[in-house]
Ligand binder design. Structure first.
Ligand code: ADP
Ligand code: MG
Length: 266
């Protein structure tokens, strides 16, 4: 489905699922790298206090002078927090553990749900002219995730091909509906991607069947296989596309990027 309502500017996608360990960060990093590889200018916003996306893209903690925390809670503009990564065309707003107090600090702020929305729409950003902004959400439906959903055009949901994969999805959908009612009425579901898929495992196939039966066209044709190269890449501070360009994991993330590129206007 094309997205004709979207004005010119970056397409903003929140990568969200309140379960931890389902592949949000891995998908953010590698989808971003795959989009950059196909010539798009991509920004990753690390919205998880664990900072795994920042580490996985090679940003040392001591180089994270300004972070998502300052972007949300202090008067620091986007151009000051954006860092280059080793991947051409791929930038990041890093996060540190400081962000873990943001959820509480935001509560008393009148604009608490709109801080990321406003920060990503500052005029300074024009100089970067990103095509895509991917937001790596924390494993919770907290105020940070709500900020991501208010800021975004769509939500991409990674589902781990495991027991109980679909459990919790109704809560996520409820939050999306609430966000639509409270400030982002056009928020869409970009798609659902099955991660850590094991072809030889009946369980993976069962989860895939359930997901396709329940969610239909929302589920991407591309499934991301469980692949050891994918899990090794972050410890070498790079996306799997750079770490092992010919690996099954790299290929799958390229395929996912292509599905997303043909679905969107850009
Ligand atoms: P989340 O951000 O949702 O908490 P992560 O992306 O950090 O999840 O993934 C959880 C763990 O699973 C990490 O150790 C990651 O390296 C591993 N992982 C994710 N995707 C794959 C994959 N396709 N193959 C192998 N390991 C994976
Ligand atoms: Mg994560």
């Amino acid at each position: 489905m094309s997205d004709l309502s979207r004005p010119v500017g970056p397409k903003i996608i929140a990568v969200a699922n309140q379960k931890g360990g389902v592949g949000k960060t891995t998908t953010t990093i590698n989808l971003a790298a795959a989009l950059a590889e196909s010539g798009k200018r991509v920004l990753v916003v690390d919205l998880d206090p664990q900072g795994n996306a920042s580490t996985g893209l090679g940003i040392d903690v001591e180089d994270r002078e300004y972070t998502t925390y300052e972007l949300l809670l202090e008067d620091i503009t986007l151009d000051k927090v954006v860092l280059k990564t080793e991947t051409p065309g791929l930038h990041i707003v890093p996060a540190t553990v400081d962000l873990s107090s943001a959820d509480l600090e935001l509560i008393s702020n009148e604009k608490r749900s709109f801080l990321l929305h406003d920060a990503l729409r500052q005029t300074q950003m024009d100089s970067y002219a990103f095509d895509y902004i991917l937001i790596d959400c924390p494993p919770s439906l907290n105020l940070l995730t709500v900020n991501a959903m208010i800021a975004a055009h769509s939500v991409l949901v990674p589902l781990q091909s495991e027991f109980f994969a679909l459990e919790g999805l109704s809560q996520l959908m409820l939050t999306i509906r609430e966000v639509r009612q409270s400030g982002n009425k056009d928020l869409r579901i970009e798609g659902v991607v099955l991660t850590m898929y094991d072809q030889r495992n009946n369980l993976s196939q069962q989860v895939e069947q359930d997901a396709r039966a329940n969610l239909g066209e929302l589920v991407y044709q591309t499934v991301i296989p469980r692949n050891v190269r994918v899990s090794e890449a972050p410890s070498f501070s790079m996306p799997v596309l750079s770490y092992d360009s010919g690996s099954k994991g790299a290929k799958a993330y390229r395929d996912l990027a292509q599905e997303i590129l043909v679905n969107g206007v850009i």
